[in-house]
Design a protein around this ligand. Structure first.
Ligand SMILES: NC(=O)c1ccc[n+]([C@@H]2O[C@H](COP(=O)([O-])OP(=O)(O)OC[C@H]3O[C@@H](n4cnc5c(N)ncnc54)[C@H](OP(=O)(O)O)[C@@H]3O)[C@@H](O)[C@H]2O)c1
Length: 329
C-alpha cells in the first residue's frame, strides 16, 4: 500500500522553512515475525522538533539525520500485525514520525480505546507528564507558595498552572495574547495572567506576587526570564522545562547572573521527560486523578493532513497555536 511521509532534506537556518522538507510516497513493507503496522491517526507537533533538526551533539537525543523521515510522537491504530502482544485494532502511542503509516516497535504503548484521543494527547502523554514532572518532582512546591509559569497558555504550561492550583499554589501565568490570558484566568482559574507582549512585566509581576516568587516553571527563556528571576524568593526553585525563545536563534539570549542563585540559595534544575519514563505509571495515575476531579482543562489545535505539518509547526513559534498542536491524519 502506498503512503506519504515527510523527510528532512536539510537543516534549518534559524526559522523552519518549507524547503527543508520533502514529501515522498513510500510503500508499506511486508511484515516479518513480531512486526506490526500502525496507521497514524494523530501526529503531535512539539517545539522540541526544532532542536531535533539541529546538528547538536550535546542534546538528549540524536539529531534527525538529513534524508530521514522527520521525528515526532503520535497515536495510531494497528492495522496489520504479526505480533501477539500488539493485536489489530489496538490504539498505540509512541515515536511515529511524519508519516501516514509506521512500522511499530516494542517501545510503543497500547492505550485504552475508551480514553478520548484528545485527552490522551493533551494530558495523559507528553504535555501532562512534563507538567507533572517539572512541577511536582523537580520543583516540589508547598501549598501556599507562589508559582509563575511562562508559556502558560501552551500545552505544558496550562497544565503546570492547573496542577499548581490543584495543589494549593497561587498561580501567575505569562502568555502572549489577551485571548490566552483571559482563557487562563476565566476558564482555568489562574490567579493572574500577564500578556508579556504588551504589559509592563516588571510592574505586573510586582503587583501579582507582592511577596515574591517561590517556584518558576520556565518554558520560554528570553526577556521574561530575567524579570521573573529578579523576583525569586530565597530557596526558590526554577524548573527549566524549555527555552522556546532560543530555538530559532543562532545564539541563545544572555541568561541572568548566577549571583542570585548563590545569595538566594536558588535551585535551578533542567529536565527532559524522556529521562523519566520509569515514573510514567505514578504520573499517569496522578494526572488521571486530577482529570477525574475536573481539575485539568485543555484545548487542542488541530491541523488536517500530513502536509499541514510543514507550515503548521511554525504556529508554535509565532504563538498562533491555541492549545496542543496536533495533525489529524
Ligand atoms: N523538558 C521536556 O521534557 C519538555 C517536554 C515538552 C515540552 N517542553 C518544552 O515546553 C515548552 C512548551 O512546549 P509546549 O509543547 O507546551 O508548546 P506550546 O506552549 O503549546 O506552544 C508554544 C508556545 O510558546 C510560546 N512562544 C513561542 N515563541 C516564544 C518566544 N520567543 N517567547 C516566549 N514565548 C514563546 C507561544 O505562546 P505565546 O503566545 O504565549 O507566546 C507558543 O504558543 C517548550 O519550550 C518545549 O520545548 C519540554
Amino acid at each position: 500500500m502506498e503512503y506519504k511521509a515527510i523527510k528532512l532534506l536539510k537543516r534549518p537556518q534559524n526559522e523552519i522553512t518549507a524547503d527543508i522538507f520533502e514529501t515522498v510516497t513510500l510503500q508499506t513493507p511486508a511484515l516479518e515475525k513480531d512486526q506490526f503496522l500502525v496507521k497514524q491517526t494523530h501526529m503531535s507537533l512539539d517545539p522540541a522538533m526544532r532542536t531535533w533538526m539541529d546538528d547538536n551533539d550535546d542534546s538528549y537525543v540524536e539529531p534527525v539525520a538529513v534524508g530521514d523521515v522527520m521525528r515526532s510522537f503520535g497515536v495510531g491504530e494497528i492495522v496489520e500485525s504479526k505480533n501477539d502482544n500488539y493485536p489489530v485494532g489496538s490504539r498505540v502511542l509512541g515515536m511515529t514520525g511524519w508519516a501516514e503509516y509506521v512500522l511499530g516497535g516494542d517501545d510503543m504503548q497500547i492505550v485504552p480505546l475508551e480514553l478520548p484521543v484528545e485527552a490522551l494527547l493533551c494530558v495523559m502523554y507528553v504535555p501532562g507528564l512534563t507538567a507533572y514532572l517539572g512541577l511536582m518532582e523537580i520543583a516540589r512546591p508547598k501549598a501556599g507558595e507562589t508559582l509563575v509559569v511562562s508559556g502558560a497558555a501552551g500545552s505544558v504550561g496550562s497544565l503546570a498552572g492547573q496542577i499548581g492550583k490543584a495543589e494549593g499554589l497561587r498561580v501567575i501565568g505569562i502568555a502572549g495574547s489577551d485571548e490566552k490570558c483571559e482563557w487562563l484566568e476565566q476558564e482555568l482559574g489562574f490567579d493572574k495572567a500577564i500578556n508579556y507582549k504588551t504589559a509592563d512585566l516588571e510592574a505586573e509581576i510586582s503587583a501579582a506576587a507582592p511577596h515574591g516568587v517561590d517556584v518558576y516553571f520556565e518554558n520560554t527563556g528570553g526577556p521574561v526570564q530575567q524579570v521573573v528571576f529578579n523576583h525569586m524568593n530565597r530557596f526558590g526553585r526554577i524548573a527549566v522545562c524549555g527555552m522556546i525563545s532560543d530555538y530559532n536563534r543562532e545564539e541563545p539570549a544572555p541568561g541572568p547572573s548566577w549571583k542570585q542563585i548563590n545569595l538566594k540559595a536558588l535551585r535551578v534544575e533542567g529536565f527532559v521527560i524522556l529521562d523519566h519514563y520509569d515514573k510514567i505509571p505514578q504520573m499517569t495515575e496522578a494526572l488521571g486523578g486530577y482529570l477525574a476531579k475536573g481539575q485539568l482543562k485543555y484545548r487542542i489545535h488541530k491541523l488536517h493532513g500530513l502536509d499541514s505539518a510543514i507550515d503548521g509547526v511554525n504556529l508554535l513559534f509565532s504563538g498562533n497555536n491555541k492549545g496542543k498542536l496536533v495533525v489529524e491524519l
